[in-house]
Ligand binder design. Sequence first.
Ligand code: 5GP
Ligand code: ZN
Length: 140
Amino acid sequence: MAKEDCIFCQIVAGRAEVSKVFENQELLAFLDINPLSAGHTLIIPKEHYENILDIPDDIISDISVLAKTIGRRMIESLGADGINVMHATGRAAGQSVFHYHVHVLPRKRGDRVGFEEWWFSRTLHPTRDELDEVSNRIRL
Ligand code: 5GP
Ligand code: ZN
């Protein structure tokens, strides 16, 4: 069900302008209005699901396959050297639009996006025991 106050539901309903990359009955892909790089694309289900815990497995699978196809196009048509596929669930993780979406980000060698510098400057250095303690808690 579409949510009246959801910007992505508005986009699906055609009530907000976007630059579309792909559309079928289930999914829509369009350019992010504030891109981190030229071609930064969002893939959404047309149905409103808030996050990765809500979205049905078959739809998340279709989104993954579409991310792969769009990523390949970015390499072939935009000359991207690499691709980031990203998702945030929850405000703590940086989610700002609460309609499930995946970011597909074309990357160029030496571009200004710079996750890598940030990532390597922030990594923790746990002991083996600390790693084992956490993996024990997560293990399925
Ligand atoms: P999040 O922070 O939730 O992972 O990502 C939400 C993304 O949606 C942001 O990158 C933001 O720029 C994008 N966005 C928010 N509102 C709009 C909009 O009205 N149109 C488009 N095309 N993108 C939007
Ligand atoms: Zn929505």
